[in-house]
Design a protein around this ligand. Structure first.
Ligand code: GRF
Length: 236
């Protein structure tokens, strides 16, 4: 018999943007289609770095996850006259074609521009592409508490500030992406224990473990907004 409501049973689609090791991506890969992230499929992993280990994680996953690579400098070099804004649009186009229900920046080391965000809000329609049926959430993991250490090297800056006694707590968050860097509404924030005099590596190890939990939990929140899981126990 034909499914009366195919939209309710089709997997929720996730696109993940990465730049590096992809350990947060791995957490999402491991969680997809489990009770942590039911009825979910990662449909695209896009990297701005060719050698990102996360690309290998994606292509060797079972089943393999489609990957894409688009580096800023190679893009600018091979398209004379094109700008950073054009690059963002091109990234948006690739992601859009994967038809995601949510986009997760999991260690994506570029600032997400307003032009990119408008595509997923549905307020900007790219030439030749379909009009979005609804807004697609874009979320990001950031290794600091809201408002603490925006931008790059947040782990190092936070750790140093703690060791100097300038702050008394550190943590991580996953937030909705807005054009102001790391200033979108936090979906989940969690404190990470930090110890006076310890090595930064020890702190980082604890921090990453927390990241792997909250990236899955926050992704679930935004996917549930689009399409709630099929049954109350979360099974698909
Ligand atoms: C994470 O610590 C994330 O918070 C930061 O970049 C790192 C990415 O790690 N923005 P990975 O590539 O997921 O291993």
């Amino acid at each position: 018999m034909e499914d009366p409501n195919p939209a309710a049973t089709s997997p929720r689609r996730l696109a993940v943007l990465i730049s590096g090791a992809g350990t947060n991506l791995q957490a999402l890969i491991d969680a997809q289609n489990t009770s942590s992230l039911p009825n979910t499929r990662i449909v695209l992993v896009l990297s701005n770095r060719k050698n990102a280990r996360g690309l290998i994680r994606a292509s060797t996953a079972l089943p393999p996850i489609p990957t894409a690579y688009l580096g800023l400098q190679p893009f600018i070099k091979s398209n004379p006259g094109k700008t950073r804004e054009d690059y963002d649009v091109e990234v948006a186009r690739i992601v859009l074609r994967a038809k995601p229900d949510a986009v997760v920046c999991a260690g994506w080391m570029h600032i997400v521009s307003e032009g990119f965000l408008n595509v997923f809000k549905g307020t900007r329609v790219l030439e030749g592409e379909e009009v979005l049926a609804r807004e697609v959430s874009v979320i990001n993991i950031h290794p600091a508490l809201f408002g603490q250490f925006d931008g790059a090297h947040a782990i190092e800056r936070g750790f140093e500030a703690f060791q100097k006694g300038e702050v008394d707590e550190l943590g991580v968050m996953v937030h909705r992406v807005v054009k102001e860097v790391d200033r979108g509404e936090p979906l989940i924030q969690r404190r990470v224990e930090v110890v006076k005099g310890e090595a930064i590596e020890a702190y980082e190890e604890r921090l990453h473990k927390v990241e792997w939990e909250i990236i899955v939990e926050a992704t679930r929140i935004v996917l549930d907004e689009v399409q709630p899981p099929l049954s109350s126990d979360g099974s698909s």
